[in-house]
Design a protein. Structure first.
Lengths: 336, 336
């Protein structure tokens, strides 16, 4: 059945059935003009992102269920990076007439998996037609006690800079998917065998939002001094922290968490693995800074120290041979 | 300067400067991963809409500043229709490379005018590139005491059904704009003279969100039993109220508020004025129901009674000659 047969209201009914509210804070969900939430005295945290076919994703190699999943994750990650707990989303999508309604419902299957994993309620949204392609706009809401909010601008000199996981897989995974697409276009007999790239492609198609890190902070009563999620790339996002906080930093190549997959696949692709690690976007790992005391207090394998903030404004990468480079941001600036 | 020269971060800086927060409830605005709001014990109300070039608007006759304005209004209207007061928006836009950065800033000029008029803070959003055309996704947040929330499903039999203003102008105005566009395409010497249609076109290009009605309710301590804003059309939205509330209704043609402009312009366009009034969308008037006692208590010229809800499920339009028709929804279903 195509989307025109099911109709907007039919589609909304289907979606509504799949998404009963599970959070006490969700007072009114899908089906009215607006959703209503009671955060019981906490602050409301809200973030929104847009994903556009042909710009942010390519449905020829991005399974639509994964896209639904990732659309949610991207926004939850922004809420976590304020040290808050997400609990609701609002999802707007626009699709052209070429989309079948079961494709849309598959998209929502992915949305549902993410919502279930992270205990999120879908509160509503807008379903619309587009001239061509698919556009997704997701808004996530969460809550936090005011004194626990973590911003980009709170880093202190000597803070330990940490990331929550290894870097580079998402970008290298994307490059593999693009290569396989172009091989397939050249000759449709070239069926991709992606088994050996499973680990890196998974990071691109099915990233995690690191709520476990926020739980770890809350459980141990530690509040980072600054935090951001890595969506543009380590360099670019670290500069957001240092610039907002009027600090410099020193990070160490030898400390950067890089999986073997990234090394070998970068070599195969003839791209620089270090650049993939420094400038690859869509990681959705958390990048944060802790006082040395707090770091010691809650140290574990998910808090990977890569350097520290400095009073002077130099942005230094210390290479494995001991030489130093001024780090530059190449980030994923969508307009450059 | 085109958008690629200014860059995403340059654009965000420009926007940030124009939108300092003015509400006490806005704790963190543009510039971090998420906005943070403190509604001080009230409930959070949230709504989101998407507007797509070629589907919801046509930039050949829709001035971009008005588009910025209307993008905000559409969402504020949804918050008001819950009987809540909007205070923040998050705005995502995607534009193709053909857009100049001053065009985008003009769009934000319109956003700013709406924000200033309605005392709204822009808390952030995503600025992205698109393959073609412009897509806008706006999320509005507001607040309300839980016991004052008004839903679609609370209407009672014998409630007086009211609208907040005259109907039909938005649709007829759209038809005039479309006619002038097609005349211009046929012969570019056909410069449109829209002066005589000013009143109807204004409703299409620069609708109001009826916060004044909510103020009137609050000031007089009256809570409507049901409410919705007319975005799909009177018929369609009235059916949302009656279906959610398991009621029927009787409305009277002679009570429908119709301006002379709509009558004369519909005649000129050879379209049915009554159908424009019943089925024309994008009105952003509030449609609500009050107990007869409450209606009497707060009656004024902005509360226009058009009929009442009934226990039986018949949906009746009483024509001027006394005959009755079953009302059908033709609404603006985007997929039909």
């Amino acid at each position: 059945m195509d989307i025109y047969q099911l109709g907007e209201f039919g589609l909304i009914d289907e979606i509504k059935k799949k998404f009963p509210c599970k959070n006490d804070s969700s007072l009114i969900g899908i089906g009215d003009d607006a959703g209503v939430i009671n955060f019981r005295g906490k602050d409301t945290v809200v973030s929104s992102d847009m994903l556009i076919e042909g710009v942010h994703f390519d449905l020829t190699y991005f399974p639509i269920k994964h896209l639904g999943y990732k659309s949610v994750i991207v926004n939850l990650s922004d809420i976590y990076s304020m040290n808050a707990i997400p609990s609701q989303i609002i999802l707007n999508i626009a699709v052209s007439s070429k989309f079948r309604s079961d494709t849309i419902l598959e998209f929502y299957e992915g949305v549902k998996i993410a919502c279930d994993e992270y205990n999120i309620d879908l509160l509503g949204g807008d379903t619309s037609s587009s001239i061509s392609g698919m556009t997704i706009s997701c808004t996530a809401l969460g809550s936090i006690e005011e004194k626990k909010i973590v911003r980009r601008n709170g880093a202190k000199a000597n803070d330990v800079i940490c990331v929550s996981g290894d870097l580079g897989r998402s970008y290298v995974g994307l490059r593999i998917l693009q290569r396989e697409k172009s091989n397939f276009i050249k000759d449709p007999k070239n069926q991709p065998n992606l088994e050996k790239y499973k680990n890196i492609i998974e990071k691109q198609l099915r990233p995690k939002a690191r709520g476990d890190i926020i739980d770890h902070f809350l459980k141990n009563d530690v509040i980072p001094n600054s935090m951001i999620d890595i969506s543009d790339g380590l360099s670019s996002d670290l500069m957001h922290l240092s610039d907002s906080s009027n600090l410099g930093f020193k990070i160490f190549e030898e400390k950067l968490p890089i999986s073997n997959d990234v090394m070998t696949t970068a070599k195969e692709l003839e791209i620089d693995y270090l650049s993939s690690v420094l400038n690859g976007g869509e990681e959705y790992e958390l990048l944060f800074s802790l006082s040395p005391e707090d770091f010691k207090k809650i140290e574990n394998e998910s808090l990977i120290p890569i350097g520290f903030f400095t009073k002077n404004s130099n942005k230094i990468l210390v290479n494995n041979d001991g030489s130093e480079d001024e780090l530059k941001s190449f980030g994923w600036k969508h307009f450059s």
